[in-house]
Design a protein around this ligand. Structure first.
Ligand code: NAD
Ligand code: ZN
Length: 365
């Protein structure tokens, strides 16, 4: 190998992290120094699940702040949605000091994308891709209320646009601050706890099973997998305060493992499902991973044990209800993620898998 030719990933990490049960109540003092920036108000993007629930009373809302409840079901965040929120707030309130996302991966991605779109002109669909953003965004903080996506530490804000599902990916996407309070995840329903938690498990398995895998990725990935196994298969498996803490750290470590590797076959298929049917990311991953034993082997068996242990809903024979056109479109979306296939199958991936083969993978579901 010619070392001189390798470009090592120079990734940007989150600036500040506060961790611990109850740490959410530090948000007020964390935001204080930022409040004088721009037009002096904060935008809180909050998962609509919390509307009318006690957490809302703990959000440090001050005079002039905007609190925006966003329903993240059933569809994933879209470029249109980002543009609409940005345009409305700019017109009615001005330029915020910061944007704080309180919710799952969907909400955190909305907060990350908004931060960038407050300073970059035009529609967010212009910026779907790597390093297309022209200017740094405004201050942004993320407060996960469900664990698994790693969106709290990733360099991307995944959006579905008119032509593709792809992130706004650059250094400026990364949060200035994250608040990791495991207590916020206590109310997550069991199925969702599983689907989103499995995102981390699958991130680590895919990161480890491909050509970009390395010791950096392994160090974080191994620990994240260990924690996932305790949470989903250990003696005290299930939702509990202790396991909420573990899963929150697994999510962060899984995300960090991924910054230094890449996802693979499962995520490529999952993106196809999300694009065509709007299927939520974690659930789509589970639908796909369940049928990928020939790519990922034992971890798929382990995944099935976890499904059984927690009595998770995972429907079969979905493909019977899909049209050939839908399957072809999913395969096309999936095939057009070359970085994932290259990682999973090697530089000569195009000689190993065709769009027709990918259609067959969808027909298994
Ligand atoms: P989500 O944000 O879509 O939320 C899933 C469900 O859980 C929703 O119904 C939500 O209301 C509910 N929920 C969240 N917190 C809750 C709580 N404390 N109590 C009760 N209900 C709660 O789920 P997610 O799986 O975290 O995120 C998926 C999104 O993340 C997708 O849009 C995907 O594209 C994106 N994603 C981004 C990255 C990244 O690096 N940026 C990585 C993976 C996934
Ligand atoms: Zn994922």
């Amino acid at each position: 190998m010619n070392i001189a030719k390798i470009m090592h990933n120079n990734f940007k990490n989150v600036e500040k992290i506060v961790y611990g049960r109850g740490s959410f109540d530090q948000l007020d003092s964390i935001l204080d120094p930022v409040r004088s920036e721009n037009d002096g108000f904060m935008v809180f993007i909050v998962d609509n699940y919390f509307n009318g629930r006690p957490l809302v009373d703990r959000i440090p809302v001050k005079y002039g702040d905007v609190i925006e409840f966003v329903d993240v079901d059933p569809k994933e965040p879209t470029t249109e949605q980002i543009d609409e929120i940005r345009d409305r707030i700019r017109e009615q309130n001005g330029m915020p000091s910061g944007v704080i996302g309180i919710g799952g991966g969907s909400i955190m991605d909305i907060a990350k994308a908004l931060s960038l779109m407050f300073t970059n002109e035009g529609s967010s669909q212009l910026y779907q891709g790597l390093n297309l953003i022209k200017k740094p965004g405004i201050y942004h903080a993320g407060v996960p209320t469900i664990s698994g996506t790693g969106a709290e530490c990733s360099m991307t804000a995944v959006l579905t646009g008119p032509v593709k599902k792809l992130g706004l990916k650059c250094e400026w996407t990364v949060f200035n601050q994250i608040v990791l309070d495991p207590d916020l995840t206590a109310s997550v329903p069991t199925n969702q706890w599983f689907y989103t938690g499995m995102d981390t498990y699958i991130h680590c398995i895919e990161a480890e099973t491909g050509q970009y895998f390395n010791t950096f990725s392994k160090a974080y990935g191994d620990e994240a997998l260990r924690l996932c196994r305790e949470v989903y298969l250990g003696d005290n498996a299930g939702q509990s305060s202790e396991n909420n803490e573990k899963l929150m750290m697994a999510s962060l470590f899984g995300g960090l493992s991924l910054t230094y590797s890449e996802v693979g076959v499962c995520h490529a298929l999952s993106y196809g499902l999300s694009y065509v049917f709007g299927t939520k990311h974690g659930y789509a991953n589970c639908l796909a991973f369940n049928h990928l034993e020939d790519f990922y082997g034992k971890p798929v068996q382990e995944f099935k044990q976890m499904v059984e242990r927690h009595n998770i809903d995972l429907p079969q024979n979905l493909a019977a209800g899909w049209t050939n056109e839908e399957i072809a479109k999913m395969a096309e979306i999936s095939y057009n993620l070359p970085h994932m296939w290259r990682h999973a199958l090697g530089d000569d991936w195009e000689t190993k898998i065709t769009q027709k083969d990918i259609e067959e993978l969808f027909r298994r579901m």
